[in-house]
Write a protein that binds this ligand. Structure first.
Ligand SMILES: Nc1nc(=O)c2c([nH]1)NC[C@@H]1CN(c3ccc(C(=O)N[C@@H](CCC(=O)O)C(=O)O)cc3)C=[N+]21
Length: 325
């Protein structure tokens, strides 16, 4: 891994393009495939050690996921969360409420989880039904249990460069870039997509590491003017094939955060990113595949947040308890 300034060595997870992968990625491939699964495995190994330490102190981490209605988009994520939680030794409970649940009822459920010292992390899966606006719930989860990093306090802490529980996908994307042999201080970075939970937090996180950041969005007139000037490009829009090789500086790093389900020519559904992989792999220096890139690191970051939240709660209670002695 690299130090805070982003100097230095290649971390785990930089898989050289094997001949098979090179063949799959197409002729003339220049890019090194970033192995999100290997990076996630390294993070999970550290998380497992921390869980054992916390359990020995009577603080076994417990994560509760809440979804409402029948949410295909979240199902895959919840399945991978459960798998990684079990691998890390984090207790995982997935609750699914019917679409008929009201905002008040759901807020009551979350208040109960906030108050329960056995629950250390709470995730509210997106999307939620129309009658439950996400904004209404952003403050519902206690900041000490906000493993998604959605609470305004968690988002605000990023501006202060005081990162405790950061938004998982944004933190995961930046963690991946930090494994590359790039000096992040002064690096020209282009973020395509300015969502509150991904694009904007990435921009602040990269500024905190000393990068020069440009953020492009649907009103940007010529995205390629900015993306071709960048040493590293993050894309999180939700549009398959949005970024092509012609939009990249040769040798740049491309971190593809898109998760799009599309139907292949033979009618089978598959997950692709926002990059046109083949044309980008011919120009980029490094590229994250979808699946196998940001996704697994997002889940590992969520579990790392669950362990960190448990430690923060343990410290909070012991400070409060010690104060009463
Ligand atoms: N509050 C909230 N936060 C989220 O971050 C959030 C959410 N709700 N709702 C659903 C979406 C989707 N999402 C994924 C993250 C990782 C994988 C993942 O693990 N993907 C693997 C497997 C993909 C596959 O098997 O097709 C990969 O990319 O390699 C998938 C989907 C997070 N989401």
């Amino acid at each position: 891994m690299v130090d805070r300034a982003g100097n230095g060595n290649a971390g785990a997870g930089r898989a050289r393009l094997t001949p098979r992968r090179r063949k799959k990625a197409g002729a003339g491939v220049a890019a090194t495939l970033i192995d999100g699964k290997a990076i996630a495995a390294g993070m999970m190994q550290a998380a497992r050690a921390e869980v054992a330490e916390l359990e020995a102190k009577g603080w076994a981490p417990r994560l509760v996921s809440i979804s409402v209605g029948d949410v295909a988009a979240a199902e895959l994520y919840v399945r991978n969360q459960r798998r990684q939680a079990e691998a890390a030794g984090v207790a995982f409970e997935a609750r699914n409420y019917p679409n008929t649940i009201s905002l008040e009822q759901l807020s009551g459920v979350i208040a109960g989880l906030n108050a329960d010292p056995r629950v250390n992390g709470i995730i509210i899966q997106r999307p939620l039904p129309g009658h439950i606006p996400v904004k209404a719930l952003q403050r519902a989860v206690h900041p000490l249990k906000d493993v998604e990093g959605m609470h305004p306090a968690s988002i605000g802490n990023i501006v202060y460069n005081d990162l405790a529980l950061g938004p998982c996908t944004a933190v995961a994307a930046v963690e991946i870039l930090k494994t590359l042999p790039l000096n992040i201080e002064g690096l020209d970075v282009c973020v395509i997509g300015h969502s509150e939970i991904v694009g904007k937090p990435i921009a602040f996180l990269m500024m905190g590491l000393g990068a020069t950041v440009t953020v492009c969005h649907h009103m940007t007139r010529q995205v390629a003017v900015h993306s071709r000037a960048a040493d590293a490009v993050f894309v999180a829009v939700g549009r398959p094939g949005l970024v092509t090789g012609a939009m990249l500086k040769p040798g740049a790093a491309l971190i593809d955060i898109g998760i799009n389900r599309i139907e292949g020519p033979d009618g089978t559904a598959r997950t692709v990113g926002d990059a046109d992989f083949d044309s980008c792999a011919e120009v980029a220096g490094w590229i994250t595949p979808v699946p196998g890139g940001v996704g697994p690191v997002t889940v590992a970051t969520l579990l790392r947040n669950a362990v960190l939240a448990t430690r923060m709660q343990m410290d909070h209670y012991s400070r409060a308890f010690a104060a009463e002695q």
